[in-house]
Ligand binder design. Structure first.
Ligand code: MRU
Length: 379
């Protein structure tokens, strides 16, 4: 079950609401999520008391973005364990709530593994639930640490790829604090460039159809004082042609062993444009996003979402608007068919570099990627 806490009206001076938090209430623990479907208009929290509510929040993108999905999945297992539900069943449902971001499965597996290990070593349900929660907290904290390491590695790389500073960075979707235990992936790099006085402009793709760029990245950019401009996705080509982009920085939902990168639909066209215009195309993602068990990009399951997300515009601050067909504002004739993959896959040959918490791989080769994932975090 999910309840809503109404918080503040969103504004540049409003307090930053964490994207996710665990809370112990007298009636039991809950997972509290910042409902990202309501941003930027309102900061409203969604209180999940069970796994079905969390699965619904994941499917409707109230909670979203690869690293945060991993954290939410891990806490979801802890929630099931603490409230006495069947943990194996909860883990299975959570791991498959959305198919593309491998972090979801990763976080679920970590917490479920901790629970199982505790049970196998004789712990009672309460102690096993505490083990699952401790593991979820560890996944959360590790992501925060990975975020700051990626920001440092990414900033150093930008300095090498774009000498002279004053970077004009194009980004797609949302990859900031909203999707992370820390400050995010690609957006954390842009933010550290900003803090170093080296960000001239953040170009924010609106990211159709669900507008994660216009609604969420612009919201984060405004709060952190980054100089930003939102553009329609189709305007990126003329921006490159005008010589206004120094580097593209994006996140990832899954990186396969061959270095293919699944990310928000619209990323692949940017990679093609970047190659044509000789602009670096850089992917920033923690190693928890790397899936070495999947050999190539063609094997990634790309989530297909309902067509009404394309044929209707959701009125985001009306609860539930856009979640069901017919609840948004129509922008295509009734009955229009729609193609709505949530992600696309960019081959390694178009990726200049992948930045992880362990360092940078460039050029992107299967061997280099595997080596980076096997190293401990040395900074
Ligand atoms: O469908 P979403 O909003 O969950 O998609 C998110 C993205 O594609 C992000 O770019 C990706 O998860 C990287 S976030 C650090």
């Amino acid at each position: 079950m999910a309840d809503r806490y109404e918080k503040s009206e969103a504004g540049a001076d409003a307090p930053v609401v964490p994207s996710l938090r665990w809370e112990e209430l007298p009636e039991g623990p809950v997972l509290v999520l910042l409902d990202q479907t309501r941003l930027p208009s309102e900061e409203v929290e969604l209180v999940c008391t069970d796994v079905p509510a969390l699965v619904q929040a994941i499917r409707t993108l109230a909670v979203r973005g690869a690293p945060l999905l991993g954290i939410a999945g891990a806490y979801g297992v802890a929630l099931a364990a603490s409230r006495g539900f069947d943990v194996a069943d909860a883990a299975d449902t959570l791991a498959h709530a959305r198919p593309t971001a491998v972090n979801l499965e990763y976080g679920v597996r970590r917490a479920a593994g901790a629970y199982r290990d505790a049970v196998e070593s004789g712990a009672d349900r309460e102690r096993a639930a505490a083990a699952a929660l401790a593991e979820a907290r560890a996944v959360h904290a590790e992501d925060a640490e990975a975020s700051s390491r990626m920001a440092a590695h990414g900033l150093a790389l930008l300095g090498e790829l774009v000498p002279g500073g004053g970077h004009r960075i194009l980004t797609h979707c949302n990859t900031g604090a909203l999707v992370s235990g820390g400050e995010g992936t690609a957006l954390a790099v842009a933010l550290s460039a900003h803090r170093a006085g080296e960000l001239r402009r953040l170009w924010v793709d609106e990211t159709r159809p669900l507008l994660q760029g216009a609604r969420l990245t612009a919201y984060e950019a405004a709060r952190t004082g980054m100089p930003y401009t939102v553009l329609a996705d189709g305007a990126a080509g003329s921006l490159f042609a005008a010589g206004e982009v120094d580097a593209v920085l994006i996140g990832a939902d899954r990186i396969t062993a061959d270095g293919s990168v699944a990310n928000k639909v619209g990323s692949y066209p940017l990679a093609v444009l970047a190659r044509y215009h000789h602009v670096p195309f850089v992917v920033v993602a923690p190693t928890s996003t790397v899936d070495l068990d999947t050999t190539e990009g063609a094997l990634i399951e790309v989530e297909q979402r309902p067509g009404h997300e394309v044929t209707e515009i959701a009125v985001s601050f009306v609860p539930g608007a856009g979640a069901e067909a017919g609840t948004g504002v129509p922008v295509a004739p009734l009955g229009a068919l729609a193609y709505n993959p949530a992600f696309d896959v960019t081959p390694a040959e178009l990726v200049t570099a992948i930045v992880t918490e362990n360092g940078v791989v460039s050029p992107v080769t299967p061997g280099g990627l595997a080596e980076l994932c096997s190293t401990s975090r040395l900074g």
